[in-house]
Design a protein around this ligand. Sequence first.
Ligand SMILES: NC(=O)NCCC[C@H](N)C(=O)O
Length: 410
Amino acid sequence: MPNPFVGSEVGRLREVIVHRPGVELLRLTPQTKDDLLFDDLIWVHRAQEEHDRFSGALVEHGVTVLHLDQLLRETLSHAEARSFLIDRATDERIHGPALAPVLREVADRMDDAALAELIIGGLTKRELLELTDEPPSVVLHTLGMDHLVLAPLPNHLFTRDASCWVYDGVAVNSMRMPARIREAYTYEAIYRWHPRFAGRAFQRWSDALDDAAATVEGGDVLVLGDGAVLVGMSERTTPQGVERLAQRLFAAGSADRMVALHLPGAREFMHLDTVMTMVDERSFIEYAGLGDLPSYTITPRGSGEQVELDIADHRPGRAHHAIADALGVDGLRILTAQQDVHSAAREQWDDGCNALAIAPGAVITYDRTPTSNAYLRESGIEVIEMPGAELGRGRGGPRCMSCPVVRDAT
Ligand SMILES: NC(=O)NCCC[C@H](N)C(=O)O
């Protein structure tokens, strides 16, 4: 088993964590979908078929596919992992002092598989009352029978965001949106206690348990390679989070330059990888409507624990130059298909820019963005299409649905 290491954005992908959608998506209703960050309800059976095609394509191309729910079940066989995750799913500040201990007692009684399903799938009041007597909880009394007592985690589908591997370490991310905060705890437990990770040599770039406002989400982090990192400061990733990530990477000597792009804080641009992804050593697919983004290059001053940050603030229009400099190439090849403004906006919304590279010049994309896909092919990129009619309703594409753990440098 190779040690976790992600040496680039486009080098050969060796090992990845994905999550096949399950019961948590059945919790989406017209009333809950917005808070749960989905734009529509999902036909779960069809979404599972689409996801199986995704995993199948990865396996066909020699990638080891780890399934998040299985990793979680296996992690829960460890007593400390159980209490770590049960503590965080039964927080008194969320459920109140009367309900929290009852939820905890119900969770404690579950076997590993049921507990994994509880953590990811959540629990309604009706389901709770099938497992225990009703406690004198005001919180519970105010809920209808089919209201959720424990929120599900439907965005576990997007394994990219709650943790991300950058060179020889992992950031377990402090998430911006309340609906996604608990996702990071799942990864924290897996990386601490699952035998595939526990005891292996890797660094920690952030710890979701204490980074609070310094939020970073993996969709904003691109591992350019050879010590360079590209990050988006977005609706989700704050400048504080970027500085903290840079400082920890620099202090360990694992990276020595970071380019930060300041994205408009809007849902359609929620992460950098919704508008820009890397498809070979110097080519990026990029959304036509992105415009000139302010950009910064961050480098270390000093070394080790004492490292400080130097910042170069670039003029508008210099972002591509800054990225090319960080990559050590003369210029970038920016791939933006010619299409009318409406079509470009629709394909961006449908994740046409969210390509997952499985090797330099070979990517997986959704089939629902034909113009972008055709343009990539004309540009010499191998495009493996997967269906995304249902999955795409969660506003994430193949890159968002993958957490690379082992990837070659280029
Ligand atoms: N990297 C990504 O862009 N991930 C997609 C996340 C979609 C999810 N529904 C969210 O709003 O957070």
